[in-house]
Write a new protein. Structure first.
Length: 412
């Protein structure tokens, strides 16, 4: 078989280029620290490497959610701890106010500190997180959840939404609890009521939170609702502001309270309850007293304050204070129980977050080890291979140089 000169040149160049490619590839592996540089290097390993990288990237996203969930839950837990501290102090002051030897002025002095505690509690109920979101407002995180209304008391302006975060492929965790669940929908120890202004009122009048003056008498009226309606000035003589207290179910006046002269801030008492209307109501304005099985935490404290500031010094007043204190203590205990229940649930959620966080970290460690085995280069082997490939490249270059001179033209 004849071997042409051109074929010799081509074979030599091919060998040199092949050895040069091997050297370059090994040098890239050493410089990058990666064994698999392209899918062609190891198709099976490349597929597995891609899967592992995707899993790690996904867990990194979940890791951010885990941190956020921890921060939200820890903030809520700290807020509730402060809330309990304030409520315990209010409870102590309530017990102190029940001392039968105290005068109305003494009770008012106690009420002054209770009032300060009330505003501290409301500040906690309106807590914001680092993102300037109200944590107890549900989905309406940018809305102030507890807003003070004229006449005392606070209305809940949030909703009942509970935000969640995905913390793993198959798990999510609730990161907030609503103010309605925590502080509003609390079962009352006894039959109670709530008050509110009709939204269609045109005057500046407002109704106070009120309080139960005689529980037994109110129980007989419960679960009826009532409303205070302001009549035309001409309904009384001489002409002036006046009101009628009516039963909501049939609009009949209650206990003869019809066309009563209105004096701002005077007590309006009927069927065992006491409320006040202040401001300047216009004829046609109404104020509702609605029976309820639940009593908001703020209403419990507000009713106590109104009672302490209103009930006179007398034998009958002493009995009313004792009953008010008893009811308040029961409702404060119910509020503390509500918070305790949520705190237990918070603890369970934090444990879940911690458990998943630990699991994710373990999975990451295993994935990183497998990924390293698949794609990282063995430096000792690679350096040894580079030496061999460099030697082969040098040998092929020298061989080509010598073979290229084996031509008859060199001897003519």
């Amino acid at each position: 078989m004849r071997v042409s000169t051109m074929q010799q040149f081509n074979n030599g160049i091919t060998n040199i280029l092949s050895n040069q490619a091997s050297v370059n590839k090994t040098q890239q592996q050493i410089s990058s620290g990666r064994r698999v540089l392209t899918p062609a290097d190891d198709p099976i390993a490349s597929t597995r490497i891609l899967q592992l990288q995707q899993d790690i990237a996904l867990r990194e996203q979940y890791s951010g959610n885990l941190v956020a969930a921890k921060n939200h839950l820890n903030l809520e837990e700290a807020t509730l701890v402060s809330m309990v501290d304030n409520l315990q102090r209010v409870r102590e002051l309530t017990v102190q106010a029940g001392d039968g030897s105290l005068t109305k002025e003494d009770r008012r002095a106690i009420g002054a500190e209770i009032n300060e505690r009330l505003y501290s509690i409301v500040d906690l109920m309106n807590t914001k997180d680092a993102s300037n979101i109200f944590i107890f407002a549900g989905f309406k995180g940018e809305t102030l959840p507890f807003e003070e209304r004229p006449g005392g008391g606070f209305t809940y302006e949030g909703d009942e939404g509970q935000r969640t975060l995905q913390i793993s492929q198959n798990a999510e965790v609730a990161t907030n609890d609503t103010g309605k669940e925590l502080f509003v929908d609390i079962a009352s120890a006894k039959n109670t009521f709530t008050t509110f202004n009709n939204r269609e009122n045109i005057g500046t009048g407002y109704i106070t939170t009120g309080f139960v003056l005689d529980q037994e008498e109110y129980d007989e009226f419960y679960s009826e609702d009532a409303y205070i309606q302001f009549n035309p000035r001409s309904a009384v003589s001489p002409s002036g502001p006046n009101y009628t207290v009516r039963r909501l179910s049939d609009d009949r006046p209650i206990n003869g309270l019809a066309n009563i002269d209105y004096s701002q801030g005077n007590d309006i008492q009927f069927n065992g309850i006491s409320v006040k209307v202040a401001g300047e109501p216009e004829p046609g304005d109404t104020f509702v007293i609605e029976s309820s099985e639940k009593q908001a935490l703020t209403d419990t404290v507000q009713m106590l304050l109104e009672g302490l500031n209103t009930i006179p010094d007398s034998v009958e007043g002493g009995a009313q204070v004792a009953e008010l204190v008893e009811t308040t203590l029961l409702n404060l205990d119910a509020a503390l129980t509500s918070i305790s229940t949520i705190r237990s649930d918070l603890g369970a959620r934090l444990n879940t977050v911690d458990a998943i966080d630990n699991l994710q970290q373990d999975l990451d460690l295993v994935s990183q080890e497998i990924l390293s085995e698949l794609q990282d280069v063995d430096f000792a082997e690679a350096v040894s291979r580079l030496s061999l490939e460099s030697f082969l490249l040098e040998a092929s270059q020298q061989s080509y140089s010598r073979i290229s001179n084996l031509s008859l033209f060199n001897f003519l």
